[in-house]
Design a protein around this ligand. Structure first.
Ligand code: NAD
Ligand code: ZN
Length: 259
């Protein structure tokens, strides 16, 4: 990746004076060891998401879906933030990133210190009863797996569901509203590690673009955004590109009056 392009994008971020937001997807956590839907040899090769990660499958056979959830939770529990998560956290600390809309359920942005994180698809560390709304800490439920699997609601005795959005479920109302507000207020939107195929998250870059924002795509591969929507396409690993970008931002700010 050409350093001159990195410097140009860094300048754009500095000039946006805090009106830069980020939309992240599974790709930002691949370098933390959590496979995205495309990684060969990953979890998703054994558990086709369209078969296991749907609300229909959960309602029909929660035990089957929990086989997948149990493995996913093992992978997520072991994962630590990588330099891409750290770079976005630093950008917020510099007052230059207004927030992150993440499609991930792995909590890694928060673990890296990011404060304004909108969890578009929920968070896997909570379990919820679909009947009575009872919430439970996922760790507490895991501790009983030997005697109770899948974990049950103590009141209704039905299987608890991780508080994440499965295919076929609606986006939590607050998260949807806050995400849209953040994206609509952005002059620059960093779109990191998402194939931009899963709706409605995939609408956000398009809305931002229509509102006049500059899209900066950071991805290993071309996506539907690369050609017609992105102003800059930074091709490569998020864990390498984002730290370079933030280093260039810090270099650009030296000598600039504080915003
Ligand atoms: P996706 O799997 O459809 O696409 C991932 C994208 O990331 C691809 O375009 C790929 O080229 C790119 N990518 C892979 N490694 C990268 C790297 N090191 N640096 C930069 N880019 C990289 O993911 P999606 O668009 O997020 O949609 C899938 C849905 O499933 C989302 O809701 C997603 O968050 C969820 N999911 C979440 C996790 C998690 O919480 N970590 C993991 C898998 C899937
Ligand atoms: Zn219940």
């Amino acid at each position: 990746m050409d350093e001159a392009v990195i410097r140009e994008v860094a300048q754009l971020i500095v000039e946006a004076k805090g009106r830069t937001a980020a939309l992240t997807g599974a790709g930002i956590s691949v370098e933390s060891g959590i496979p995205d839907f495309r990684s060969p040899g990953g979890l998703w090769e054994r558990f086709n998401p369209m078969e296991y990660a749907t609300i229909d499958a959960f309602e029909t056979d929660p035990g089957k879906v929990w086989q997948m959830l149990r493995e996913l939770s093992r992978v997520v529990t072991e994962a630590r933030p990588n330099p891409a998560h750290a770079a976005l956290s630093r950008l917020e600390e510099l007052g230059l990133l207004s927030g992150i809309v993440t499609q991930n359920i792995d909590n890694l942005h928060q673990a890296a210190g990011s404060k304004n994180v909108i969890e578009f698809h929920g968070n896997g560390s909570r379990l919820r009863c679909l009947l009575c709304g009872h919430l439970e800490d996922a760790r507490a439920a895991e501790a009983r797996f030997a005697t109770e699997f899948p974990p049950l609601c103590p009141y209704c005795k039905v299987a608890l569901k991780p508080d994440v959005v499965l295919f076929g479920e609606a986006i939590p109302e607050d998260a949807g509203r806050e995400a849209m507000r953040l994206v609509q207020g952005a002059a620059v939107l960093l779109v990191v590690g998402t194939s931009a195929l899963v709706a409605p998250a995939s609408y956000m870059p398009i809305v931002a673009r229509k509102m006049g924002a500059a899209l900066v795509e950071i991805n290993l591969e071309d996506t539907i955004l690369s050609r017609d929507y992105a102003r800059y396409v930074l091709r490569g690993k998020a864990g390498e590109i984002l730290p370079r970008l933030v280093a260039a931002v810090e270099a650009d700010r030296v000598g600039q009056p504080l915003a």
